[in-house]
Design a protein around this ligand. Sequence first.
Ligand code: CAO
Length: 271
Amino acid sequence: VYQFAKQRDTASTPSSQPTTSPAPTSGPQTETVTQLSNTQHQMFKTMTKSLNIPHFLYAQEIDFSGLSKLRSRLNHTLAKVPAANDLTKLSFLPFIIKAVSMTLTQYPILNARVDTDPKTSKPVLVMRNQHNIGIAMDTPSGLIVPVIKNVSSLNILSIASELNRLQSLASNGKLTTPDLSGGTITVSNIGSIGGTYVSPVIVEREVAILGIGKMITIPAFDEEGKVVRREVCNFSWSADHRVVDGATMARAAEVVRAFVEDPDSMVVHLR
Ligand code: CAO
């Protein structure tokens, strides 16, 4: 009883002295110089050049429910009957890469690069017919962006195989210069690690990049006002605002959304 009363007294006395002592000082700050790794050095050069590009950010929430169901169905089949190259599983990315390529057919400006006309010294757009989609990859040595070439000529299974091939070479540090060059647009799926939104940085010789956040499950209302389960994911586009206006970026992003939200609609375009 006495102890209880004493504790209560102490707690209720505003002028009581603090019982904690200040953190001990740990000496002066020290600084150590570290050289950049090769990958950091490359990232430093590339990203410094990207500072010259005025970025326009456009973000949208995509309903992944249909894609998620389709992926589960296909993965169920692939687990029993593997596809070529022993492919037994598809992630979301091959579908998104295909949707981006199909959209580039309608919006070729997003596959272009900015250059300077040597005769007039005026800026020009260089249009490119092949969709060479760079994929940002997190590897033991840091950020690497290998390129899936000519995506419009590939189906979703062959995109997945190529993605696996590049991912395996990247994680073993065995990518070659051809694997890393010739990109015309980039996709960065940071959502496989985490994050809702990302503000992706356009790389030189490209005018757009797509950043993908983490897919999450949310309660939503259906058309009858009933609460339903939805899987959603945020897509964040950055475009070079010197040559791509907001309306063009928004229209193209809406085409990607339509393909991803209704993946069956991609079937008619597949090769
Ligand atoms: N939201 C939720 N889950 C996701 C997801 C997302 N956006 N993206 C992938 N996943 C899931 C996959 O479906 C898979 O799940 P299951 O095991 O259930 O099938 C799991 O996460 C692992 O996917 P993955 O990473 O192996 O495959 P991927 O094709 O989606 O991505 C790659 C491949 C190489 C892009 C990815 O591994 C990676 O490196 N991401 C980081 C990119 C990055 O660093 N970007 C920042 C660049 S700027 O610094």
